[in-house]
Design a protein around this ligand. Structure first.
Ligand code: AHG
Ligand code: MN
Ligand code: MN
Length: 332
């Protein structure tokens, strides 16, 4: 049996111990959040606060509560002086913490919030970046780095069990929370995503706004061709953590494209680069898959703002490459 602590103790490199502090803090926040989710209906923690956030979305009580839990856990480590969160409009920078804080952390405290009120699966996503240090625009330089700079990424999935999926650049590993003991046990070692899957995941309600490449691709994978394993089957939970987790383990593709020009309001896609797409991209790539905007590798995008949205096509290498061909109109 390998615990999360034992796994982290095996980390190499000069930053391994500090990184382990951060991961332990995030995992501890996950235990607290899992407990709160389990009893939310009993203690009046479901529903909205009445506020609307910077993204124009109704804020749920648990979004705000979980944000505070993650911030407090990270602050207590003294290892991160720059934080980016879905629930914080500005980059949060605490210069007095920079002495020991060699990292910036970006996170989505509760991903899949629309599932909260229906007892559906939600998660916490995180991305760890090395701090860039000095300069007038210190906080922005720390936070706004491409996903290729990440030193760790992961998510905690609050499902029938609470599961932490993590990469620190050395493969993807999963840890299931043993609630009785209060420890995380490694249950998934060196996860590899199948080169190709048989499942696709996309919000079909956006059909009329999909770009042509996505329409063509989805039509293709829905078409019957027994020899090539088509049609694919559809799964969509509306929770990125759930949808990417299934894709990571079983293969296939998840898509959240931009709206076609002139057809809607999400012309750059919906999902956020810093705390949704980049960390999921690192995890899936580390497992042998791919993460693309349809036209470019997600992790190579240079962010310009903390809440920037980008299109996301993520999953099995062959499925993502095929979708890119439809985007490029090499296939129709
Ligand atoms: P969040 O709850 O953190 O705002 O994220 C919601 C995201 C993501 O979890 C999910 O995959 C996607 O939004 C679902 O969007 P649609 O409801 O538009 O399908
Ligand atoms: Mn989210
Ligand atoms: Mn969220």
């Amino acid at each position: 049996v390998t615990t999360l602590d034992a796994h982290l103790a095996g980390g190499r490199g000069p930053d391994a111990a500090d990184l382990a502090d951060l991961v332990r803090a995030l995992a501890a926040a996950g235990v607290t959040i899992a407990d709160e989710l389990a009893r939310a209906a009993l203690i009046g923690q479901l529903g909205t606060t009445g506020d609307t956030n910077v993204q124009g979305e109704k804020v749920k009580k648990l979004d705000v509560w979980a944000n505070d839990v993650v911030v407090a856990a990270l602050d207590a480590t003294g290892r991160a002086c720059t934080l980016v969160s879905e629930e914080m409009e500005e980059i949060r920078h605490r210069p007095e913490r920079c002495a020991g804080g060699r990292f910036a952390v970006c996170f989505d405290p509760v991903d899949g919030s629309s599932n909260l009120d229906v007892n559906g699966i939600v998660g916490t996503i995180f991305s760890v970046l090395p701090r860039r240090g000095a300069g007038a625009d210190h906080a922005r330089a720390d936070a706004l780095q491409p996903g290729t700079a990440q030193v760790a990424a992961g998510y905690i999935m609050y499902g029938p069990s609470t599961l932490l999926m993590l990469t620190t650049g050395d493969g993807v590993h999963g840890f299931t929370l043993d609630r009785a003991q209060g420890v995380w046990i490694r249950t998934h070692t060196n996860v590899r995503i199948p080169a190709r899957g048989r499942t696709y995941s996309i919000n079909d309600g956006n059909f009329t706004r999909w770009p042509d490449g996505v329409r063509g691709f989805v039509e293709h994978i829905r078409a019957i061709d027994v020899a090539s394993g088509r049609p694919y089957t559809a799964r969509y939970a509306g929770s990125l953590v759930m949808d990417v987790h299934r894709t990571l383990l079983e293969g296939g593709i998840y898509l959240y494209p931009e709206d076609a020009a002139g057809s809607g309001k999400q012309s750059t896609g919906k999902l956020r680069l810093m705390y949704e797409c980049s960390p999921m991209g690192m995890l899936v790539e580390s497992a042998g898959g791919a993460a693309s905007t349809g036209r470019a590798r997600v992790r190579e995008l240079a962010p310009t703002s903390p809440h920037q949205r980008v299109p996301l096509l993520i999953g099995s290498l062959e499925d993502v490459r095929l979708a890119e061909e439809f985007y490029a109109a090499r296939r129709a």
